[in-house]
Write a protein that binds this ligand. Sequence first.
Ligand code: 4GN
Length: 228
Amino acid sequence: MQFHVLTLFPEMFVPLETSIIGRARKNNVIQIQLTNIRDFSCDKHKKVDDTPYGGGAGMVMRADVVYNAYQYANKQTEGKDKKVIYLSPQGKKLTQQKVVELSKKEALILICGHYEGIDQRAIDIMQEETDFEEISIGDYVLTGGELPAMVVIDAVSRYVEGVLTEDSTKEESFAQNQLEYPQYTRPEEFMGHKVPEVLLSGHHENIRKWREEKALAITKLKRPDILK
Ligand code: 4GN
C-alpha cells in the first residue's frame, strides 16, 4: 500500500516513523510519501493561500497550487488502483467498514487542508477527474487535515498484509458489531484482583464462550447502539 500525503506541514508526520507503522515502512510493507504543497506554489514568495472572494475571515488555499501538487502525487502513483481523499469535517464519516474498503486500494492520496480550506474549484476538478472522496474522522473541527490523515493511514495499514503479525484483524471482522472482551496478563493476582479462573483453565471452548459472553455484555453496557 502506497500512501501519498499532500500537506503544508510534512514535519507533523513523525509519529508514523514509530511503532507498528514505522516497522511496516522499514519492511516496505507500506510506503508513505510526504509532499509539501508549498513546493508547487507558482510565485517567488511561495504563497499558497489568499483572501476569500466575497470577504470573510481567514485564508483559502489556492486551487492552482493544490491541483499542481495533486498532479504530482498522481504521477507518483501512476498505474495503481487508487483513491484521492480530502480530509474535511464535511466528509463522509470514517467507519471500520470504510477502513477495510480503503485497505483494498493500491494507493491513497491524502490531501490535508488548512486555514478556511481549499478553493472549491480544485475539489470540483479532482471530483470530476478521479475516484475522489471527502472523509471526516468525526464531528469536530481541527486546525488541519494532518491528524485525520494520520488516523486514516494508521487504521488502513492494520488491514495491509504483513503490518500486524497475528490474525488480530480476522477476529475483528467476525465481531464487527461488538466490542472486545477484556484481556489479562501476568501476574495472576494484582492488588487483590485475580485473573478470571476460566482463562487459567486451558479449556479452550470454555474460554471462547466466556469471551463471547463478556464481549456481548460489554457491548450492551457501553455501546448498545452498535449491536445488530
Ligand atoms: C478534517 C479536517 C476536522 C476534520 C479538519 C475531520 C481542516 N478538521 N473531522 N480541519 O476529519 C477546513 C479545511 C478545515 C481543512 C479542514
